[in-house]
Design a protein around this ligand. Structure first.
Ligand SMILES: N[C@H](CCC[C@H](N)C(=O)O)C(=O)O
Length: 268
């Protein structure tokens, strides 16, 4: 008797999705890490548990590859929407999200962004539009919470930044009590942004849906862009639409690769 799962991804940000609505599944942090391991496990950036909900069509729980449970995952939300149906409401730790599937993906209403330092959260008060901090040449970022914490640096060339080196330093800086997702963005036009992300609890990913949301919203808030914004990540494009006072709409692909079964004997 094993645990059935769906291997899915959004622009290469990949997931093991376990539908636990019929038979509940409880996984410890070490078990999540074991499943996420790309050599000895199935391999994924995040493990997603789909459970029953009393307030929505289903509840989505999100676990990073390091085993930690977090509040939001944009790319996985599109994948879960495709599993659930055409027009769905998904309960998450960050609130109830509304999703509509289309041809090869989905549009998700990701809720309203938050900007106050306490909501990011930061360890002490500061203006999150232009933060008086810096790390090895990356200066004056901005921050947003879109169900999870993001710090965003606007730079001339995102691909010139050694994100694999500086990402973990910023992710674990004491300024961020819950750690943080690190976004390095280049605004190409008012409707086009290049983005790379060092994800909290994972590392470099091919795409980050909440990172694209946080970055597009930050650019619009700072007057650098106007919605809808095409955010180009290493894995491809997401379309983010937002105006101040509105909720964020994210549109992009969601791919089902295969379904399989994890041997619970191995899982321990
Ligand atoms: N690493 C994120 C969760 C997954 C976000 C990303 N995969 C997305 O598509 O939004 C965090 O710890 O908040």
């Amino acid at each position: 008797m094993g645990v059935r799962f769906h291997k899915m991804h959004g622009l290469g940000n990949d997931f093991v999705v376990i539908d636990a609505r019929v038979a509940p599944v409880a996984l410890s942090e070490p078990q999540v890490r074991a499943i996420a391991d790309r050599r000895t496990g199935v391999g994924c950036d995040q493990l997603i548990l789909v459970e029953t909900s009393t307030v929505a069509d289903a509840r989505m729980r999100i676990f990073n590859a390091d085993g930690g449970e977090v509040g939001a995952c944009g790319n996985a939300t599109r994948c879960v929407a495709r599993l659930l149906g055409e027009d769905v409401r998904i309960e998450t730790l960050a609130g109830i999200l509304h999703g509509k599937t289309n041809g090869t993906g989905a549009t998700i209403d990701m809720g309203q962004p938050r900007f106050n330092w306490e909501t990011i959260p930061l360890a002490y008060a500061m203006d999150t539009r232009d933060m008086p901090v810096g790390w090895e040449g990356l200066e004056r970022p901005t921050a947003a919470n879109v169900g999870n914490p993001h710090v965003i640096f606007f730079v001339p060339d995102t691909y010139a930044v050694a994100l694999d080196a500086i990402g973990p330093v910023i992710e674990t800086d004491p300024l961020f009590p819950e750690r943080v997702n690190v976004n390095i963005a280049t605004v190409r036009t008012r409707n086009a942004i290049d983005l790379r992300v060092w994800e909290r609890g994972v590392g470099l990913t091919q795409a980050c849906g909440t990172g694209a949301c946080a970055t597009a919203v930050a650019a619009i808030r700072l007057g650098l862009a106007g919605g809808p914004v095409t955010v180009t990540l290493p894995g491809g494009d997401l379309i983010i639409d937002w105006k101040p006072g509105e909720t964020i709409r994210m549109t992009g692909p969601a791919t089902h690769v295969y379904s399989g079964e994890i041997d619970t004997g191995w899982l321990g």
